[in-house]
Write a protein that binds this ligand. Structure first.
Ligand SMILES: [Zn+2]
Length: 250
């Protein structure tokens, strides 16, 4: 695998996400793991910054989803249970984003390769890849999948929707205020969306949000790795509250 952007953690995983022609989530496929992943950071630095930032949005979910799975001993992507090593890499992924994400974004704006940019390319690609595959997914990615049902958001990238899914997961699982604030602050600093309007949905009706929440809670979705029975109503409420929180924060 020779990715020329660091916009998702897909290159290091044995997982392909299949979408319909319209951009709606369809299914997961499990091809063999790559033998080698080579990333030239000089190429990544010259790619649009929005793609690197989107990769940070994808990586932002990794720790919170792996942590949720570890609490419930839920299966990771190959069907095993997370090791402490996988959890440590998922946590390192999050810490690197918080510490170096903003500097990496600025370096990317200048098409410059810096140590911060190198760290974020590693976090987006390798740490997040191992972190989600060996740690497991939970609500953030299910909510992303649900949001693909909203036409107004079709132009947004995977990681941009995943980061809003992360914010929603934090609301849903009643995370402490300081965690929410750290995530909101990070998103604003690098330019990740924290409201429906920023995701392209100017008039969020309950029906549209419920359609996404229903898809997010479909049988087999990883949101069911959370430690209680999650309903579509719960998810719709958490999405509305996350949006309100984002607007308030801005
Ligand atoms: Zn992802």
């Amino acid at each position: 695998m020779v990715p020329t952007i660091a916009a998702t953690d897909a290159p290091c995983s044995a997982l392909s996400v299949i979408y319909t022609e319209e951009g709606m989530f369809e299914s997961y496929q499990f091809p063999p793991s790559p033998n080698m992943v080579i990333v030239d950071t000089a190429i990544v630095a010259k790619a649009p910054t929005r793609l690197l930032v989107s990769g940070m949005g994808d990586a932002l979910a990794t720790w919170f989803e792996a942590e949720a799975c570890s609490r419930t001993k839920s299966a990771n992507m190959p069907g095993g249970v997370a090791t402490e090593a996988a959890l440590a890499l998922a946590r390192l992924c999050y810490d690197q984003l918080i510490e170096y994400g903003y500097e990496a974004k600025i370096a990317c704006d200048a098409d410059a390769v810096t140590p911060a940019l190198e760290r974020i390319v590693e976090a987006n690609t390798l740490l997040s890849g191992i972190g989600f595959e060996s740690g497991g997914l939970a609500a953030a990615h299910s909510i992303h999948n649900g949001m693909t049902a909203i036409e107004e958001m079709h132009h947004m990238y995977h990681g941009e929707k995943v980061s809003f899914g992360t914010l929603t997961q934090l609301v849903l699982q009643d995370s402490p205020r300081e965690v929410l604030e750290e995530v909101l602050d990070f998103c604003v600093s690098v330019g990740l969306p924290i409201t429906f309007a920023q995701l392209g949905l100017k008039e969020p009706s309950r029906d549209k949000i419920m359609a996404a929440a229903t898809m997010a809670t479909a049988p087999g979705e990883t949101i069911h790795n959370l430690p209680w029975k999650v309903t579509a109503e719960d998810v719709a409420d958490a999405m509305m509250a996350a949006d309100a929180l984002g607007r308030e924060w801005l």
